[in-house]
Design a protein around this ligand. Sequence first.
Ligand code: NAD
Length: 509
Amino acid sequence: MIADILKEFNIPARHSGVSTGKHWLKGEGEVLSSFSPVDGKEIAQVQSGSKAEFDAVVAAAEEAFKEWRQWPAPKRGEVVRQIGEALRTHKTSLGKLVSYEMGKSLQEGYGEVQEMIDICDFAVGLSRQLYGLAMHSERPGHRMYEQWHPLGVVGIISAFNFPVAVWSWNAMLAWVCGDVCIWKPSEKTPVTALVCQHIVQSVFAANQVPEGVCNLVTGGREVGEWLTHDTRIPLVSATGSTRMGKAVGSAVGARLGRALLELGGNNAIIISEAADLDMSLIGCVFGAVGTAGQRCTSTRRLIIHESVYDAFTQKLVNAYKQLRIGDPLNENNHVGPLIDKQAVQAYQQALEQVTKQGGRFLVEGRVLEGKGFESGCYVQPCIAEVQNYFDIVQHETFAPILYVIKYKTLAEAIDIQNGVPQGLSSAIMTLNLREAEQFLSSAGSDCGIANVNIGTSGAEIGGAFGGEKETGGGRESGSDAWKNYMRRQTNTINYSNSLPLAQGISFDL
Ligand code: NAD
């Protein structure tokens, strides 16, 4: 099945990972082997870029920008509309490949491609709505307004867990805004990136889009560092761990470039005494075990009112007994593998720390062995009773480990929810309007995303996506996130026959 998909996109066993569009460079850097966590088999080898090739790609991007920025935005939108159509055509095969290379369930693989299609649709509409404001000038015979211009070359660094959707959130908006992009995908999922480059290129070729608007440079951290340090790249949009974000943020900041950071989360759901417990259960379990706990918005902590604590934890334990773990391409399974053995090790270390720091497991975790688990990447989702201040609870472990914490008052629950270094997604389950509004108020959740009666994971593209504190502060996707990809210019035009100065200053010659 996967062989057919690779054939459909002309991906041989070894493929260059460096491209300016139609042109694929040799790929003189390190060779990345992409192994599927589903069965441990190698999917393909990808030849990364050398520094010289990276420089050539940036030069091509700069050249392309000179032309692309002059295309009318709705014309750029029309090209993006066609990318959405091409993604519709390839949704099944790309979705399967995402599922196989990353390890998420088939439904989530398709969902990820759907998210790409949705952002294309959003970007098409946006291409006619890049509005600036008009202001009233204080000077007679003057007009003042602002306009938004394309910014230039946008560097996109993406994480393994949403191998293609996060790139598209950035690229589709950047393109309608008139920017050109250089994508450095995760070294753990380079093959899906090759496929995206081929899909976009087929559309670009049909529309005579200049070479250098859609660029790809695969590689590891080093390639990301080239991007972040390059003064020719005014915006670096980086998705990944807080550790990575601190490195990228300081390097881009040191050269006074712009960084858009989408980093780790430590997301909690408050289960109030006024919650619909059956409904809450679905949100909590999907949030904690979906994508094997490898979403930035995965539910890591449940803060449960003492009066419903025993009843709800019992429901959770029963639900965890029903979970089917295995091949994510088999739609009967709920939970697939972790991305690689390194992630399994981090999971095991976290389990040890939970016990060491005083936690107690309600559902024990372990690494699964035997038939179907040969890749060594499948783990048992687990639940532990903890205190919020435990060091291990304060950190994001990218695995299906769910912490449960008891509370007495809503104020205490909100303090616990906010009492971590990250600030991405949060939720409250309650049928009590006062509680819901307090949670959403300025004295409530401190996260970029705050929900009522739905879980923490799964965001729609229409809203601005991102979080506060160590999550990095960036916003991508919907609302006015497009402004990140443009530069604002304020224009004042004098159509009178004198030159009055602002603030009433007189300057006679
Ligand atoms: P990671 O930080 O290990 O890698 C992410 C990307 O950054 C990769 O492409 C990597 O090569 C690159 N990179 C690493 N160090 C770098 C450096 N010093 N300079 C430049 N580039 C560098 O993250 P991961 O394991 O791929 O992904 C998991 C993490 O991503 C989790 O923390 C998760 O919460 C986060 N994430 C956040 C969001 C969000 O929108 N907030 C979305 C998805 C994932």
